[in-house]
Design a protein around this ligand. Structure first.
Ligand code: XIL
Length: 460
């Protein structure tokens, strides 16, 4: 009698947008402007709330190739470094677009413009090779009626978009390649159908494309259509990820913000949501007060409506892709039958930072995202391989030796026993794979086995 049973809280609500989205394997991002990184109110909010970053202007053609053949990554790297130092991922935006072209590109046409586009894609993607989660390869190529926009790029030939995607795939096979546009949220709209038909055609002909970004600017006269989820599902059923890439909403309507968030959560291949700025005062449409924080940096009602929707959806138990299934794979499943290595304490995945393929890159914990840098294969010779030819590798055999990736060499510091008690032990050291914390970016090492949850992992 009188005994109080304290149940562990099964559904502890996350307190930030990024953590709340991560519960269902998604991200929550923002556009960042390099010029605002000196504003501590801005960086405090952005660093706390988000786990994905898009450069608002700094990765566009005019910024990255101001003179033909002369690339400038000073502002884009500022944003890239700011984000990745905080464990955030980065979406590249954008490589081929009719707007924000440098002057020299605007004055080109025909085959020289086509070559300049290819050179631009190669130059920018080489700089960020292996470092980005997504690239908006082509931006805003359609008219409202679903026909192609008559830009200088379009005038180089109708195949310019597929040439851009093929060039991009070769330049960096590790990054997901997206087509990005606005006013493609309403399923019965001409432009939506035009983009849909292009993606369907690309998929049927093997043109490489991995994702569609719906800008989701519910500003400037647009608003949330009731069939938004149908649009997301329809694109996803073509075999691409979908994402909401530049969200803003006139006067930050709480119902529209909650509705667009819920639509994404309801679609397994909707991988994340990015808002187009931090505070209303940072917005490109600031007169519409369209963002989640007011000019003073305070959370608005729309913030709470989004956070609540995200929290109501998660957490989910990660599960592998059903083999042979026809449904959309979960955003947290890995490609190619490889497994995730999921920490029992953290729920996070063993991850190669920035999808680096460099020998000596130390692995970390990170929100599971189903990408190749979290996809491990246990071989019959006890190796845990990633990207095909890199192995999980102990940099030494003593306590706290780093665990990194390295070209597979058959040696014992690259062999692992996956044990029935949940530990993974190094064949050379006999020590356990171990992490000292649970957060994104926690580094992985080997340590004396101690039976605790920070040394237990599951492969699935
Ligand atoms: C906008 C930026 O927010 C502004 O700062 C800039 O002056 C113009 O571009 N679609 C896109 C984004 O893909 O790149 C645009 O960003 C907004 C519309």
């Amino acid at each position: 009698m009188g005994v109080v049973v304290v149940m562990p809280e099964a559904n502890a609500a996350a307190g930030t947008l990024g953590a709340a989205a991560a519960q269902s394997g998604r991200y929550f991002g923002t556009a960042i402007a390099a010029g605002r990184l000196g504003d501590s109110t801005y960086t405090t909010i952005a660093g706390r709330e988000f786990n994905m970053v898009t450069a608002e202007n700094e990765m566009k053609p005019d910024a990255t190739e101001p003179q033909r053949g002369q690339f400038n990554f000073s502002s884009s790297d500022q944003i890239y470094n700011w984000a990745t130092q905080r464990g955030m991922k980065v979406r590249g935006h954008t490589l081929a677009w009719h707007a924000q072209q440098p002057g020299w590109m605007q004055s080109l046409s025909g085959s020289s413009l086509r070559q300049a586009m290819i050179d631009h894609i190669n130059g920018v993607m080489a700089h960020y090779k292996g470092k980005l989660a997504y690239w908006d390869v082509v931006n805003e190529a359609f008219n409202e009626d679903g026909s192609r926009r008559q830009s200088n790029l379009q005038a180089t030939g109708n195949d310019w978009i597929e040439v851009a995607f093929r060039t991009a795939r070769t330049a960096d096979p590790s990054v997901k390649l997206c087509y990005n546009d606005y006013n493609i949220e309403n399923w019965s709209y001409g432009k939506t159908q035009g983009v849909y038909n292009m993606i369907r055609d690309f998929k049927s002909r093997g043109v490489p494309i991995d994702c569609v970004g719906l800008q989701t600017h519910f500003t400037g006269g647009s608003s949330l259509p009731s069939n938004f989820q149908t649009t997301l599902t329809s694109f996803a059923s073509l075999g691409v990820d979908v994402a909401l890439t530049e969200v803003d909403v006139t006067n930050a309507s709480t119902t529209q913000y909650a509705g667009l968030t819920q639509a994404c959560l309801n679609v397994p291949r909707c991988v994340g949501i990015t808002v187009w700025g931090v505070r209303d005062s940072d917005s490109w449409r600031s007169s519409e007060n369209p963002l989640l924080f007011d000019g003073g940096g305070n959370k608005k009602a729309a913030y709470t409506s989004v956070l609540n929707a995200l929290n109501a959806a998660g957490p989910v138990t990660p599960s592998p892709t059903p083999s042979g299934g026809t449904g959309s794979p979960s955003p947290s499943a890995t490609p190619g039958g490889a497994k995730r290595i999921i920490g029992a304490q953290s729920g996070r995945c063993i991850d190669v930072p920035n999808a680096s393929q460099n020998n000596g890159t130390r692995v970390q914990l990170y929100d599971c995202n189903g990408q190749a840098n979290q996809a491990w294969t246990l071989t019959s010779s006890k190796q845990l391989t990633v990207y095909g030819s890199k192995c999980l590798d102990a940099a030494g055999s003593g306590n706290a030796s780093a665990v990194q990736i390295y070209s597979c060499n058959g040696q014992a510091n690259q062999q692992w026993n996956v044990n029935s008690n949940g530990t993974i032990t190094g064949v050379q050291s006999g020590r356990c794979l171990d992490v000292w914390g649970t957060g994104n970016g926690q580094q992985v090492q080997i340590y004396d086995c101690n039976g605790q949850a920070n040394q237990r992992f599951s492969l699935n």
